[in-house]
Each structure stands twice: as structure tokens, then as C-alpha cells.
Write a protein that binds this ligand. Structure first.
Ligand code: NAD
Length: 298
């Protein structure tokens, strides 16, 4: 049993904290939104009334927050209250530079730290089947691994500080680009008079095979239980994909890497998210690409 402070109990953090409770840990939680805190309390998380109160006796502090600025703000605000030597783990998806800053702040305060973003979405968070991509020192990884394993099925040490975030944004750049490629193929197939099922049968066992096609097919009615078969309700909301694509573009610019398709994917997701509700799944971009008059066709 480990005393864990969990800050950020939203769509992902709520179920992740609940899984830590199920694994027998003593979890104290904090969120700015009272309703999220109340929901976590129903799952056995002890509610705290501030971030500082949340971390006070913790052996491990976990953050699951929207973006880098929130993580930097919360960790720097809490550091004086975090017991020296407690492990700090950020599971949010943030820019690698902010992630490294959090590592530096933690080290200066005498705490080991990990960046440990996740893949697997809200269903993975609920089922404790997330993949964790981890950056940090080996000793911190060894200490954090059993805690992460209570929330996921795969935990990979990717390298030093920030390496988890680097892996996450590279992976999601692949997912964004391939989702557009698969969607374009289905739109073209339809205009050529080829059925979506026929394209799926061929491409899923040919060189077009990829996760966006065979696990998350954007064409409706092909796979059960994916957003395309549920009116494109997220799932993984398009604004989150746009956020990750922008993070990958910032990272690419900072190191001079050429990512022309990543850049185009970010533009297309920006146009798409301007036109749809914020909870539209990222695979819904197929509908945007199918419109004859969308900005991308000009
Ligand atoms: P969310 O918006 O549902 O949850 C974030 C929570 O943080 C909210 O409850 C919010 O109230 C809380 N919060 C914000 N600022 C705070 C502060 N200063 N103090 C305390 N609480 C604060 O977002 P989410 O979907 O849970 O995503 C969290 C992170 O995980 C993001 O970085 C996201 O990119 C990443 N992620 C999300 C998914 C997904 O499918 N939703 C998948 C992988 C990774």
C-alpha cells in the first residue's frame, strides 16, 4: 500500500485514480472542478481541498492535467509541501520542454521524477490497460513501475527526462497522419464506386494495413465499438489530436526535423476542429474530407 496524491481527476485521471484504489493504494485526490472530485470520492479517493493538502503525506504524486503550463504551475506550487524524496509522476501529454522543466524542479527539491504519458484513451484508463511511455532515471522508473502497472498493461522506459513525452508526440503524429490517409482512401474509394467493405477487406491484409484502419476504422459500419459506428462521439476528441500534432510541430521546429506530413495533418485537424463540436472523435475527419467544398480541396 502506497500513499498516492492524484491531481487532475478528469476523463483520464478519474478512472486512473479509481484503479489505484482498486489495487489497494491509499489515494488522496484534488481537482479544481468539484464534480470531478466528488465522482472520484465515490470510487474511494479521499478528497483534498487544495493541491498542497493533497500532496502533504504522499509517497508518490501523480498529475493528469490538460497541458504543460498546468503541470508546471501545479508542481511548482506544491513542491514545498511534497515530502522530500517522494516520487513525482506526470502522466499528462505535454511538450517535452515543460516535461524537462518539471524534472529539473523536482530534482532541485530532492524528488525523483518521471514523465509518463499514456496511450489507450478513456476506455484504457477505465480498464487499466493503458500503455505508459516513460522518461526518467532507472531508479525512479523502478520505483514508479508497480504504480503504473496498476493503471496499465504496458510500461516502457523510453529514455531520460522528457523521453516519454517525445515518444507520445511521435506516436500521435503517426496516428494523425495515418487517420487522414485512411480516410482519404475511403473517400476516394466511394467516389470510384468501390464499397467501403471491399476496400477494408483488401487493405486490412495488404500494404495499406495500419492501426487507423484495422483498430479504429473511420468508415462507419465496418468495425463494431469504434467511434465511426457511434456517430463519431469521442473516443479521442479531435481537439486533443490537434493539441498533440501541434506539440509535435513545436518539437520538430525546436530540433530542425522535417515533418511535412505532420505539418499538413495539423492544418487539416485545425480546419476540422473549427467546424465541429469539441467532442467529435478525431476519426470524424473522414466526413470533413468527404465534403466537396472543404478548405483542404481548394
Ligand atoms: P480532462 O480535461 O478531462 O481532465 C483534466 C482535469 O484537470 C480536469 O478535471 C480539470 O479540472 C483538472 N485541472 C486543470 N487544472 C487544474 C489545476 N490547476 N489543479 C487541479 N486540477 C486541475 O482531460 P483528460 O482527457 O483527462 O486528459 C488529461 C491529459 O491526458 C491531457 O494532457 C490529455 O492530452 C492526455 N490524454 C488524454 C487522452 C484521452 O483520450 N482523453 C488520451 C491520452 C492522453
Amino acid at each position: 500500500m502506497t500513499r498516492i496524491a492524484f491531481i487532475g481527476l478528469g476523463n483520464m485521471g478519474g478512472p486512473m485514480a479509481a484503479n489505484l484504489v482498486k489495487a489497494g493504494h491509499a489515494v488522496r485526490g484534488y481537482d479544481l472542478v468539484a464534480a470531478h472530485l466528488a465522482q472520484a470520492a465515490e470510487a474511494g479517493v479521499s478528497p483534498a481541498d487544495s493541491a498542497e493538502a493533497c500532496v502533504r503525506d504522499a509517497e508518490v504524486v501523480i498529475t493528469m492535467l490538460p497541458a504543460g503550463k498546468h503541470v508546471v504551475e501545479v508542481v511548482s506550487g506544491c513542491l514545498p509541501a511534497i515530502p522530500k524524496g517522494a516520487l513525482i509522476v506526470d502522466c499528462s501529454t505535454i511538450d517535452p520542454a515543460s516535461a524537462r522543466r518539471v524534472h529539473e524542479m523536482a530534482a532541485a527539491a530532492g524528488s525523483p521524477s518521471l514523465d509518463a504519458p499514456v496511450s489507450g484513451g478513456i476506455t484504457g484508463a477505465a480498464a487499466a490497460t493503458l500503455t505508459f511511455m516513460v522518461g526518467g532515471e532507472e531508479a525512479a522508473f523502478a520505483a514508479g513501475r508497480p504504480i503504473l502497472e496498476a493503471m496499465g498493461k504496458r510500461v516502457v522506459l523510453c529514455g531520460g527526462a522528457g523521453a516519454g513525452q517525445s515518444a507520445k508526440i511521435c506516436n500521435n503524429m503517426i496516428a494523425g497522419i495515418t487517420m487522414i490517409g485512411v480516410s482519404e482512401a475511403f473517400v476516394l474509394a466511394g467516389k470510384l464506386g468501390l464499397s467501403a467493405q471491399a476496400l477494408f477487406e483488401v487493405a486490412s491484409t495488404s500494404s495499406g494495413q495500419c492501426w487507423a484502419l484495422t483498430s479504429y476504422c473511420p468508415a462507419p459500419g465496418i468495425l463494431p465499438g469504434v467511434p465511426s459506428s457511434n456517430g463519431y462521439k469521442a473516443g479521442f476528441a479531435a481537439p486533443l489530436m490537434l493539441k498533440d500534432l501541434r506539440l509535435s510541430q513545436e518539437a520538430a521546429a525546436s530540433v530542425g526535423a522535417a515533418t511535412p506530413l505532420g505539418a499538413r495533418a495539423a492544418e487539416l485537424y485545425s480546419q476540422f476542429t473549427d467546424r465541429v463540436p469539441a467532442d467529435r472523435d478525431f476519426s470524424g475527419i473522414i466526413e470533413f474530407l468527404a465534403e466537396a467544398d472543404h478548405p483542404a480541396s481548394g
